[in-house]
Design a protein around this ligand. Sequence first.
Ligand code: G3I
Length: 325
Amino acid sequence: MSNEQTLRDVADERGVSLGAAIDPDTLRRNPSYWKTASSEFNLLTPENALKMGPLRPSRHTYDFRDADAVVEFGENHDATIRGHTLVWHNQKPDWFQAWEYTPEQLRAFLRDHIHTVVGRYHGRIDAWDVVNEAVADDGSMRRTVWSDALGEEYLADAFRWAREIDPDVDLYYNDYGADEVNEKSDAIYDLLERLLARDVPIDGVGLQLHALGDWPDPDSIAENVRRFQDLGLEVEITEMDVAYHRGEAPSNPLEVQAEYYRDVVDACLEAGCETIVTWGVGDGNSWLRGFKDFGERYTGDPLLFDDRYEPKPAYHAVKDTLQDQ
Ligand code: G3I
């Protein structure tokens, strides 16, 4: 096989979806970013542009410009598009704080939001993270504006509203810290089992996989993938990156990081999880760089490309794994 092949070429040949989260501003400004995003990945997802805050400048209006830019870029380059995300406790519009809504008003607002956004991208977006991070770290249901006003039923409603407007798109529950078998993934397993038993239309679970050092354990990820598949769900890795605690990073971090990427991709493919999305294109675009506290505690070079969009050892490790398996 030729070394000229891109990661995308190899992923296409292997029938795997290899993705990246995309920022529309960087796409407009930076030709290297544009080129890397289009030539190296066959799946794209807007990192922020489809979240409620960016989409809803006011209660009765939508601003689709950034989201459309990413979706159109993906379409122009024959990439599959994941939609992220319809219901989340974070990145709500600023005006929400001053809105004194009744539960009925909030429910109507959310229903309209899901109908409008999912409906707009019918046939263009292949999978949606319908609900993001509804479970807390200890496995209890997270208290959010949605659960406080609407109770746990907002989960079932959100999936049903998405399904009624788009019968074809895949509908996902997405969360972090639940990549391996642990207290949180147990709770998500129970939650999704309960919802499926009530015929709530859920097609899959997204494991974000923001990894730290050698956590989570790749074998445990594979075991977790299999048990969700046994529930009848698809499983996708939706936001992968690999950071280290500052001061605890290995002396050869790029090589160790590459090995971890290799082990995870290997374990996922082995378990039948064939969509792996990285949360950004180059290290300079990583959300970890933008989070001050996080950046002080953790290293900020978690992706497959460096700040200049040169491929890192992790890039070659993922490519080799896709070729070998
Ligand atoms: O766009 C505004 C800009 O206009 C403003 O001047 C600037 C000032 O702070 O903020 C900009 O928005 C920032 C946005 O990223 C775009 O850069 C927000 O402040 C910032 O909070 C936001 O961070 C995003 C974060 O979600 C919000 O929680 C990250 O980019 C994004 O990578 C991150 O993604 C999440 C997933 O959605 C869910 N899983 C965890 C993952 C990482 O936190």
